[in-house]
Design a protein. Structure first.
Lengths: 328, 202, 328, 202
């Protein structure tokens, strides 16, 4: 394992201390690894996201006017504890309640829900959405269901903008659930991630192999194949989303192409070119596009494709609204 | 055997030591079917528990469980933090003000822990999780027949299952024949109980 | 070589076509691989940068209000031709002349200067600055001199903001030369870059080795060492800059920590933490900080550290001025 | 030997073919002391030149050089684009309206190309660049003694130099004993001239 770090056990605290040194407009609650805005908009619903670390810029990079109020940072690929989430809730509460964006992993769900219980004991109104956009995962009542992955960033942006405009906790809950219901992501890896404390890749890929349907924690995916061209990968991912969502091709879409950490923008734009061309050929109308590293898996090389059906014209407005979050 | 505060503390001490010792192995199991952090997560809780006992030793029997619950809930994170934390918390609640547990009471306390995991995890036996070690272990304990061999066999059976809960479930068929890390750490929990005292005698 | 691409010979055109599909507010001159703003501010000096491709988001990502007017994109790691640069000059000329930001490589200098000659034949006033911030390279009249690397981004930002405020071609030339004179960068690699058409790394590093002083084209650096901690790397790079610039520690600085393409933000923030701590311990006053992938070397893993002495308070204003360039 | 339009076109055709054939090798030299693109750059110019002759064959002797200059200047980029492009352009200027070059005239034309590189590159002999092949090649040619063996020896000598111009200069001492890609492609240029006709006879 080759990384620019100090002690592998210290990556979280070194990184967050670095984040605070670089960004003057955040507050860093050291004990609980929470990054909040230094200044809150008064009276709005507080929006919190978080989870394990290793997904940078998620989640701290999305703290800022127009997006999150606070980000809770667990150890690498490990959900934060209820205490940590509760500390973020207390910090982000501006009197109108707090809304949690949770990615669908057992650990995140349990820890965030326990934090909600703690907050309600102190009379803070808390509600949440569980993002489960990863269509790579078979979804049925007998499984854990779909994971929450890069589409979460679009949820942050849309509800972040709505909260800034004064939406109530109930409004935000309805909005978030509706967005999640229209969201689908699927990703590929050509090189696995290495967790600093583990020192070994989460799975092994040969020099000519790639993996379809990987998660953002180094989880392997649904199929391992010989490396394909960007165009073929784009076709397969769009196909997978179509099969799983059963959307018709007259949809209006927002598209997020997300780099997994070690994939250069050159490849991301090439892949974006193929995705957008295919979507257009099929008849989709793409009204919003974004390319870059938003929800990474440490140093995994790969990309994910997120499609959001723009059910409501307001969503596009929220997506294009300006924000001070440095990573958007 | 009667479980006293001293015995319970020994139980958790041995458990914590085993977890710390097997940290790499637990993470390696998790690396294959999960995200590679189970050993680190559990060792964090174990380390904190051992340190906290230096400063504030438990006063009552239930304190042993309460302190373990607090360390797991507030210090571990991931899935194992709330699951083990809830188990220990429910065990403390079941103990209440008792300072000794007879064999049958012990079984009921561990059952309370088991139910805690089920409720917190919205999970059931058969999904290839820690529950699949807890359930057979409780059964054997009830019959005063829990041994390390039985725990070993149990883990082998869990290994043959297909995961439908937790991170490993994302792997589907590929989870078959891989060791579930939470099942492996649960095995350590019951091994520690066996090492703390002779459960099958009186 | 594993990359998400189609034909290795097509990476440039696929990427630029992708860039155009993603960003609606640019014009893409396909024949000459030039990206310009779709709308120009009237009457300002046009600011152009460019060079070989493979440094994404540089340079196209910095085209936008407040930064560049056009970016000329050569083949991977290959300077664009005079025709290409000339095409950008014609597009960016808004009547007040055009200013070229050139990185100090023989190829870039020659091609951009030839383009300037072409433009002057058509009565377009053209001036330029040659950025040579890479202190890793021994500078004397007997060598090619220092290379231009990540510090170029700060030059874009400062003169881009000045141009937007109406600075004349002469003002911009003076400003740019002064900024370059106060600029120093040095970088390290822990994994070399692979040019798609070459398919092999530019140099070889063992699993426990790193290279100090690498360039942004896969050029090897000045010394190969066993991998060090982030703190040790930060110390070495700051030391190198101090030795080469002979700055005293009472300087006011802008700091840019730049990822080389495959290094995750986690490591960049850890490295930023160490750099900013050391600079503070030494007594420097850091007034501007930025962390991210700005001037990459395809999929090289590594970081560079750029320090700019903030000689003039105006520079800080220009740096913090808002811009619409998507990659800033 | 007298250089005619036909002979010049053969010279550049052979040069282009050699460049295309040695593309990988030239890039490999550049990979080691530069940025790995010299073969690709030169082959781009070569390919375009060969194609352009299909469409618009040169009419006059100078056209051969002018067309090559245009392809290198507008199609190649990097350092080699403007350097070779300028060389060919200066050669075309030195030819002017002549349709035949006697031996001495040929030498002067090539000298004009050499000066073009020097001026464009602000470089001198001894810096481990293409100039270090051009200069000795011109000297040998003047004495009617240019052979492929001499070119071979020349390249070996250039290889022993330390680079002080171009990308390779960033390597300093480490550039010693590595082949300079531009020197290698210049060797192809003079080899092509030798193959186009017997320069040393009349
Ligand atoms: N819903 C659940 N119910 C019971 N046990 C679970 C559940 N989810 C996960 N587990 C157990 O937790 C273990 C994983 O723990 P750990 O690796 O610490 O957390 P994470 O999956 O968040 O990384 C699994 O091996 C499994 O035994
Ligand atoms: N200033 C210069 N004068 C003469 N020749 C030069 C000069 N700079 C570079 N060269 C030659 O150009 C060659 C490199 O060409 P190429 O790889 O195509 O360009 P780049 O260095 O831009 O990638 C070098 O091997 C060297 O012979
Ligand atoms: Mg985990
Ligand atoms: Mg785990
Ligand atoms: Mg080049
Ligand atoms: Mg080159």
């Amino acid at each position: 394992m080759k990384k620019i770090i100090n002690q592998p056990e210290q990556v979280l605290v070194d990184m967050l201390a670095g984040y605070k040194l670089v960004h003057d407009d955040v507050t860093y609650l050291e004990d609980t690894h929470v990054i909040t805005r230094a200044q809150f908009t008064s009276n709005k619903v507080g929006i919190i996201s978080g989870g394990g670390s290793g997904h940078e810029p998620a989640h701290a990079g999305f703290v800022g006017l127009g997006m999150l109020d606070a980000a809770v940072c667990g150890h690498v690929f490990t959900s934060p504890t209820p205490d940590q989430v509760f500390s973020a809730i207390k910090a982000a509460d501006q009197g109108s309640g707090v809304f949690l964006v949770i990615k669908n992993y057992s650990g995140d769900c349990m820890n965030f829900e326990m934090a909600k219980d703690l907050a309600e004991l102190e009379d803070i109104a808390v509600d949440y959405v569980i993002v489960n956009d990863d269509v790579a995962v078979f979804d049925s009542s007998y499984t854990e269901g779909r994971r929450g992955v890069a589409g979460t960033i679009l949820v942050h942006k849309i509800i972040g903008a709505a909260a800034e405009k004064g939406a109530s906790l109930e409004d935000i809950k309805t909005l978030a659930e509706s967005v999640v219901a229209h969201l689908a992501t699927v990703g590929v890896a050509i090189k696995p991630a290495i967790v600093p404390e583990v020192g070994k890749p989460g799975f092994d890929l040969d020099e000519d192999e790639m993996e379809f349907g990987i998660g953002i924690h180094g989880e392997p995916g649904y199929s391992r194949e010989k490396i394909k061209t960007s165009r073929e990968i784009a076709e397969e991912l769009i196909h997978k989303i179509e099969v799983e969502t059963k959307w018709t091709t007259d949809q209006t879409l927002a598209v997020l192409i997300n780099g997994m950490g070690a994939t250069p923008l050159m490849e991301q734009y090439i892949f974006a070119h193929d995705c957008l061309n295919i979507l257009q050929e099929k008849g989709y109308k793409v009204q919003f596009k974004k390319v870059g590293n938003y929800m990474t898996a440490i140093d995994m090389a790969g990309v994910s494709l997120t499609l959001l059906q723009l059910e409501d014209a307001k969503w596009l407005e929220y997506l294009t609204e300006s924000t001070l979050a440095p990573a958007w | 055997m009667i479980i006293t505060k001293e015995l319970a503390q020994k139980w958790f001490t041995v458990f914590a030591e085993k977890v710390i010792q097997d940290k790499e192995q637990l993470s390696e199991y998790d690396r294959i079917i999960g995200d590679g952090d189970h050993g680190m997560n559990m060792a964090r809780g174990a380390q904190q528990l051992l340190s906290s006992w230096q400063e504030t030793p438990p006063v009552h029997l239930a304190d042993v469980f309460k302190q373990a619950a607090m360390k797991w809930i507030s210090g571990v994170g991931g899935a194992s933090g709330p699951l083990y934390g809830t188990a220990f918390f429910e065990m403390a609640k079941a103990i209440g003000t008792k300072e000794e547990l007879q064999h049958e009471e012990l079984v009921n306390v561990i059952k309370a822990g088991f139910d805690g995991i089920r409720k917190r995890g919205k999970s059931e036996v058969g999904q290839k999780t820690m529950l699949d070690v807890w359930a057979p272990a409780i059964e054997s304990l009830e019959e005063k027949q829990l041994t390390t061999e039985i725990l070993e066999t149990t883990l082998t059976k869990v290994t043959a299952l297909k995961a439908t809960k937790g991170r490993a479930s994302f792997l589907g068929e590929r989870s078959i024949n891989e060791v579930d890390p939470g099942a492996a750490s649960s095995k350590l929990f019951f091994e520690a109980l066996l090492e703390a005292g002779d459960l099958n005698g009186d």
